[in-house]
Design a protein around this ligand. Structure first.
Ligand SMILES: [Zn+2]
Length: 670
């Protein structure tokens, strides 16, 4: 049966639901409303099919029909508006981004992905006004292409010349437009593949900032093929694909949507009942890699994570951050890759970043779109895990932004006219190489790692892997590796296979365990004992570590699908925290603990000298806005810091970013 499209749409839109939508649209002064695709589908299958097949034509009919209905619903508003935009809600199926191609050109599709890039909202000319240089008459020209089109002839009948014209900005008409780019979701990316992306063009004030980088969205739109540059005398035969956005539908970034069947759920619950479940889980992480059980255990806690808390004044993160520092030959990279594959959402990157956006975010300038905000790995990993290999090699911009990203879990951006705050609610598993190629025992952790203490202190756990020859261990590793080759991997069948582990983690992350009084007591006692161990004003353990302990204990409870954090969880958390403290050079057995030394990289006496020096710089700076280097040296010497020491400390302060040299021979506190 042939249907008249406009009449059909008028019938669909005559229901109570749409009359309400149209009036509400009129009340808000908007010129767009949503048409549910399923209503079209249930009205007439052919019509729905045509809408997907010939969207440009059909949407025009729908818009005309909506206008008819608006004249009934809100006649006054109908008088004011020029036309209505019909936005289509969810199509029945999502077309994978990597499948969008020639056969989709001109068709309506729905794609899903994460926004990686956006430009600021820019005015797009819909009607361009051109003034004739000969007679001054203004001719309006409707625009739809990529480039401004001039009138053929002046519209003044007495003139009718074909040139020259000047574009009149003030008399032209504009709409808001924004270019976006979406990319395949990290969790849907086939292993080892580079993510495919798709450019979008969103037009209309109701779509203003509908999505920012890092947001997960479904996008309904029409696929277009266009040539980027128009060379003189023709168009290139291969065109670039983009999507003209019809509708943007935000999707929550929770990755729990992993399809867990009832059978799998039963298996997961069964596993969790095992008193040795933690051991089994640890053994299932990177099973072909021998040893370093404590590092695997930390990765396990990182996968499950603690519970984020929203306090009235601050948000406390639930995600754990773990750093592995190791000699180049150790298994860091392999472990990072493994953890990413079992994470419900995992992003693997290197410190240098795999895109221009790096680890956090970047404002970049492209020839075609101008200023563009692009999401980095930590934003793409929102609500998941980011594994950063060679974090010590990160870009200077990331060194600044990563502090906020790791603690507040957001990436603030204010650059090039773009002001935005992007979510980066992600656990960080990072690896770093020692600064001198190998870990040097005689030096402190800070000296061994090329990372500022302020970043180190954002890690809940830090482990050092040293490749030291040890006859006994070497023999075991050798047997393990040879065994792998002999049995072709059969010897390392993990107790829980990879895909089930991934679902196990996703399932467990929905649990929000609560500390039992016993668990609280254990953590409390440990904290007090460690605090007392510090005597002469040096800070032993800090509240940061206490929060870390809570997160670890919560993660351990989650791993057993428990809603309660037990004393056993608390003790396991203390054990692994102790191991980490020992690794970074603290002797926990004698309780000679000075976390401050580790985290600030300065022993107490040097800290005192630093404090004096900072005072000096600050006092001098107060007078003239800057501290003259020579005056700093003189004053520091007067207060008992020798020039050589002073020079070393200033170098360190500059490295930390505490002071900088605004100009030659002067210092300034940041
Ligand atoms: Zn003219």
């Amino acid at each position: 049966m042939e249907v008249d499209p406009q009449q059909a749409f008028e019938e669909i839109l005559s229901s109570e639901k749409y009359l309400e939508r149209l009036s509400s649209m009129a009340n808000r002064g908007v010129e767009a409303f949503t048409l549910d695709f399923e209503d079209v589908l249930s009205y007439n299958f052919e019509l729905a099919h045509s809408l997907v097949d010939k969207p440009d034509e059909l949407l025009k009919h729908a818009s005309n029909a909506a206008m008819q209905r608006l004249r009934v619903a809100s006649p006054d508003y109908a008088e004011q508006v020029k036309g209505l935009t019909v936005r289509v809600s969810q199509l029945p199926e999502v077309t994978p981004i990597r499948e969008i191609g020639a056969k989709h050109v001109g068709k309506l599709v729905m794609v899903e992905g994460v926004v990686v890039r956006s430009t600021p909202v820019q005015p797009l000319v819909v009607t361009a006004a051109f003034r004739c240089r000969a007679c001054g008459e203004v001719t309006p020209v409707p625009q739809d292409g990529e480039f401004l089109r001039q009138p053929y002839r002046c519209q003044n009948p007495d003139c009718h010349r074909s040139g020259c014209f000047d574009f009149v900005e003030s008399e032209s008409e504009y709409v808001d437009s924004q270019s976006l780019r979406i990319q395949e979701l990290p969790e849907e990316l086939p292993p080892g593949q580079i993510p495919t992306s798709l450019d979008l063009k969103a037009v209309g004030s109701d779509l203003r900032d509908a999505a920012r980088p890092g947001d997960q969205v479904k996008v309904v739109g029409v696929v277009r093929a266009s040539s980027t540059f128009m060379p003189k005398g023709g168009r290139p035969r291969t065109l670039k694909i983009h999507v003209d956005v019809n509708n943007i539908i935000p999707v929550s970034r929770e990755p729990e949507s992993l399809n867990i069947s009832p059978e799998e759920e039963a298996k997961i619950k069964e596993l969790a009942k095992d008193p040795w479940v933690h051991k089994k889980l640890v053994q299932s992480i990177a099973p072909s890699m021998y040893g370093n059980e404590h590092v695997k255990e930390a990765c396990l806690y990182l996968l499950f994570g603690g519970v984020p808390k929203k306090l009235p004044d601050i948000n406390v993160r639930g995600d754990l951050n773990v750093l592995i520092v190791g000699d180049p030959s150790t298994f860091k990279s392999q472990l990072l890759r493994y953890v990413v594959t079992v994470a419900p959402r995992g992003v693997y990157t290197s410190g240098r970043g795999t895109t221009a956006a790096g680890l956090t975010a970047s404002v970049i300038r492209t020839e075609k779109e101008g200023v563009t905000l692009e999401a980095g790995a930590m934003v793409l990993a929102d609500r998941g895990i980011v594994a950063i290999d060679e974090i010590d090699k990160m870009r200077p911009e990331d060194r600044v932004a990563i502090h906020t990203a790791m603690e507040q879990q957001v990436v603030p951006v204010a650059k090039g006219g773009i002001v935005a705050t992007l979510n980066a609610r992600t656990a960080v598993l990072a690896a770093a190489n020692p600064q001198f190629g190998r870990y040097v025992e005689q030096r402190t952790v800070i000296e061994n790692i090329n990372l500022p203490p302020t970043i180190l202190s954002r890690f809940d756990l830090i482990f050092i892997l040293k490749d030291v020859p040890d006859k006994e261990v070497d023999a075991k590793v050798s047997r393990h590796v040879l065994g792998l080759h002999r049995t072709r991997g059969a010897a390392v069948q993990p107790p829980i296979e990879q895909e089930l582990l991934r679902k196990y983690v996703a399932y467990a992350r929905n649990i929000t365990p609560v500390l039992t009084p016993e668990a609280e007591d254990r953590l409390h006692e440990f904290y007090l004992k460690m605090r007392q161990a510090s005597s002469d004003g040096s800070m032993a353990i800090t509240l940061r570590q206490l929060e870390s302990l809570v997160r670890i204990a919560e993660a351990r409870a989650r791993a057993a699908l428990r809603a309660e954090v037990t004393a056993e969880d608390a003790e396991a958390a203390i054990l692994i925290m102790n191991r980490s403290l020992q690794d970074v050079g603290i002797d926990t057995s004698t309780m000679k603990v000075d976390v401050d030394t580790i985290m600030t990289g300065k022993p107490k006496s040097m800290r005192d000298a630093l404090a004096v020096l900072l005072d000096v710089i600050f006092e001098l700076q107060r007078e003239t806005g800057m501290a003259e280097l020579k005056a700093v040296f003189d004053e520091a010497e007067r207060r008992g810091i020798p020039a050589s020491e002073c020079e070393r400390l200033i170098a360190q302060l500059k490295r930390d970013g505490t002071v900088y040299e605004p100009r030659e021979g002067y210092l300034k506190k940041t």
